[in-house]
Design a protein around this ligand. Sequence first.
Ligand SMILES: [Fe+2]
Length: 282
Amino acid sequence: MSIRPIALSGAHMECVSLDETGPVLTDLLRFAEVSRTPGTAIFRHPHSSWTLTVHEGAQSYPDRPRHHHFGVRVEHRAEIDAAWEYLTAHRDEYGLRQIDPQVVRHGSYSIHLQEPGTNFWEIECYEDVLRKDSGEERLGGVRSRHWDHADEDAPASARGYTPLAFTHGTLGATDADAYGHFVEAVLGLEAHRAYAAVRYIKHPATKHFVVALQVPEPQSFSPNFRFTIGLESAQAVEDAHAELAARRSEVGLTDLGSLEADGAGASFILRDVNGNWWELAA
Ligand SMILES: [Fe+2]
């Protein structure tokens, strides 16, 4: 394949109501809303180059599996405990449906919350991992700091914790080895083997990543849950679409959207063999 991404440029999720979900993202997870059109809002995180686009109007999905989530990161372990305290105290105010207590998993000390739009969010900390010599460099550096310096001007004091980066999203794969191959050979991204059944997917130039987690069967989420891969030009998107259309069954796509192009850019979506949606755009 000749797809050469210049970035893992965005994550998309859907929610029931932006008025309910927005304050959780901005107040509790420290995103900034950068634009809003009817039904869609785009958020950025202070030290992260990718965006989060939230689509309104989804059905509530309270039984969403916890492996389907997004994550932000704090610097210090004590902030996770503070976040637990703060979220628990303000649970009703923000309509949080669930808050899972502290857990150590995949090297991270984390809590998880379910926002009113039924998406799960993780607040994670890798302070313990970074004390070990090998903690930073492995796996494309995803566990090292995603920021150059903590924000001295944004003290954790108000809530006791300060998310500094939007680090990851997740998707599902039934066969980690096969999926890692697809990600590298077809999408042109890196797939790092974190554990036997877990791959970390990323662009080499940045640290944010998508965790491919083992699932028993393909996912069935709407295309409003997708990750966007940035290409260098509308022409590159057009070429990628033509190539994938020609090799659709060979590379295992279960859906390939039409090419959307206007004077400003081009994009299309595709669904892989595990049911995950991706968008290629410029
Ligand atoms: Fe996570």
